[in-house]
Design a binder for this molecule. Structure first.
Ligand code: SAJ
Length: 426
C-alpha cells in the first residue's frame, strides 16, 4: 500500500486530490465549501436534482449565512460543482467524504439505507489508492461493516460530524475533529486532509470504533442530562421551586454542566443517535437503562406541556403555537418536539394555528398545521424560543392571554399568566 499511500498523500499536500462530498446537508455542504475555498476541486453529490440546480446558481437550501457567502466564492473560483450522484463522476474522485443522514425508523431502529446506497454506488468504482471517510453517525463497527469490504487496497477512516446547526461561532472549521482509521495509513491520510481546512485540533483515536462510539457518547450524554433536568423540573414544579434558580445555583460548581427543560428534544442528533448504540447494546445483551430512560423522559415532554395547556383550555379558545422548529433561531423541523405537541392537540381535536418566523406558511401546511399569524390569541404556546419572540409576542399576547411557555422564554408575568417548565408567573 506504501506507493498508493505516497501518491495520495502527495496529491493531498499539493491540493491535487479531487474530493467528492456525498450528501450536502447541514454537514456536507459547509464541509464541501471549506475544501473548495482552500483550493481543492470538490464535487458535491446529492440525490435531488432540485438541490443540485439551486447550488449550481449559488442558492443554498441550508439557511446559514456562512454557507451562502462561501457558495458564491467557490462557484466563482470554479472549485465546486454540484452533481446528482452518478457513477461516472464518482469515478473521478480520489477521496470520498460520506455525509449522508442516518435517522431511525418509527420503531427507533437505525435506518442505514442512505449509507448502504452509498456503499452500493462505491462498489462500482475502482477504489485502488482512494480514501473513503465516513462522517455519518453510526454505531461502532458500522463503518467497517458497510464501507470496509471493497477490493482492492483503498484507505478508510471514520470522522463523525459534530456540527452544531445554527451556531455561527463554532462552525465546522472550529470543531475539534475526531478521526479513527482502518489502519495507520488511512488515519494519517485523513488527518493530513482535515488539517488543510480545520483551525481546531485533530484528535486521532486508536480505531474507527472509538470514533464512532465517542460521537454517540457525546449525544447520549446530552440526551440523558436533558432527561435528568426534565425529571427534576417535574418535581421542582410540584414543590413550587423555580428550576432555573436551582440550575443557576448548581452551575456555580465546575463539575455541573447546565441543561434546561423544554417542550422536548429534537434535531437529527440528540433524540436519534443514542438509539444506534442501544441497538448495538441489545445485540451484545448489555442493558443501558439510564440511556433509555433519559430518551423516554425527553419524549414525554410534549405530553407534559399538553397537560399544562389542558389545565387552562376551554372549548372555543384560540390557540397559537409560536415556533415549531426543533431549536431556537434554526429553521429545521427534523424530529421537532413541537410538531409532536401539535399532533397531540390534533388527536384531541383541539384547534390551533402555528406560526414560525423561520418556516413558510406552505411548510406549516405541509406538516398538517394551520398557518397562524401574530394576532391576539387566548392561549400562546412557546414552541421554539426564537430571538424574535421578544418582540413578536406583543402582537399576539393581550392582557387575558395565557402563555404556555415550552422553552422558559419568559422570566416575568405577561398576559394573564405564564405557565413555564418548573416555573410559573401568575
Ligand atoms: N435541548 C433541551 N435542553 C437543553 C439543550 C437542548 O431541551 O439543555 C433541546 C433543544 O431544544 C433541541 C434538542 O435538545 O430540541 C437538541 O439541542 P442541541 O443544542 O443539542 O441541538 P443540536 O441537535 O443541533 O445539537 C448539536 C449536536 N451535534 C451533533 O450531534 C453533531 C449536539 O451533539 C451538540 O452538543 C450540539 O450541536 C452543540 O451544542 O454543539
Amino acid at each position: 500500500m506504501k506507493p498508493l499511500y505516497d501518491t495520495l498523500l502527495k496529491k493531498i499536500q499539493t491540493k491535487k486530490s479531487k474530493i467528492g462530498v456525498i450528501g450536502l446537508g447541514y454537514v456536507g455542504l459547509p464541509l464541501a465549501m471549506l475544501f473548495a475555498k482552500k483550493g481543492f476541486l470538490v464535487t458535491g453529490f446529492v440525490r435531488d436534482k432540485a438541490k443540485k440546480d439551486m447550488l449550481a446558481i449559488g442558492k443554498s437550501y441550508i439557511k446559514d449565512e456562512n454557507v451562502l457567502k462561501d457558495l458564491q466564492i467557490v462557484i466563482e473560483n470554479k472549485k465546486f460543482t454540484a452533481k446528482v450522484t452518478n457513477i461516472h463522476d464518482l469515478k473521478k474522485q480520489d477521496i470520498f467524504i460520506v455525509c449522508v443522514q442516518t435517522p431511525v425508523f418509527e420503531n427507533k431502529k437505525p435506518d442505514l439505507r442512505d449509507l448502504q446506497e452509498v456503499a452500493r454506488q462505491l462498489s462500482e468504482v475502482d477504489l485502488t489508492g482512494k480514501l473513503i471517510i465516513n462522517e455519518s453517525t453510526v454505531a461502532p463497527y458500522a463503518t467497517e461493516e458497510i464501507l470496509g469490504n471493497f477490493r482492492p487496497s483503498y484507505f478508510l477512516a471514520c470522522s463523525p460530524e459534530r456540527v452544531d446547526p445554527g451556531n455561527q461561532k463554532k462552525t465546522t472549521e472550529f470543531i475539534p475533529k475526531i478521526i479513527g482509521g482502518k489502519d495507520k495509513e488511512s488515519l494519517q491520510l485523513a488527518s493530513v486532509l482535515y488539517k488543510e481546512i480545520l483551525k481546531n485540533d485533530i484528535v486521532q483515536v486508536k480505531s474507527m470504533e472509538v470514533a464512532e462510539m465517542a460521537k454517540i457518547l457525546e449525544n447520549s450524554y446530552r440526551a440523558v442530562n436533558i432527561g435528568l433536568i426534565n425529571e427534576f423540573t417535574r418535581l421542582a414544579e410540584n414543590c413550587g421551586i423555580d428550576i432555573l434558580d436551582v440550575i443557576s445555583a448548581a452551575k456555580t460548581k465546575w463539575t455541573f454542566q447546565p441543561h434546561y427543560p423544554s417542550i422536548g428534544v429534537g434535531g437529527h442528533c440528540i433524540p436519534v443517535d443514542p438509539y444506534y448504540i442501544l441497538e448495538l447494546a441489545n445485540k451484545k445483551h448489555v442493558s443501558m437503562r439510564i440511556l433509555l430512560s433519559g430518551l423516554l423522559e425527553n419524549e414525554h415532554m410534549p405530553e407534559y406541556i399538553l397537560g399544562k395547556l389542558l389545565s387552562v383550555y376551554k372549548k372555543g379558545m384560540k390557540i397559537l403555537i409560536y415556533g415549531i422548529t426543533y431549536k431556537k433561531d434554526v429553521g429545521d423541523l427534523r424530529e421537532s418536539p413541537v410538531i409532536l405537541f401539535g399532533n397531540l392537540l390534533k388527536k384531541k381535536k383541539i384547534p390551533f394555528s402555528a406560526y414560525d418566523p423561520f418556516v413558510s406558511e406552505e411548510d406549516v401546511q405541509k406538516i398538517g398545521f394551520i398557518p397562524g399569524s401574530l394576532k391576539r390569541t387566548d392561549i400562546f404556546v412557546v414552541g421554539s424560543g426564537h430571538s424574535m419572540l421578544s418582540n413578536d409576542y406583543k402582537k399576539a399576547v393581550g392582557k387575558n392571554t395565557i402563555i404556555i411557555d415550552g422553552q422558559n422564554f419568559f422570566d416575568k408575568k405577561i398576559g394573564k399568566a405564564v405557565f413555564g417548565l418548573g416555573r410559573n408567573f401568575l
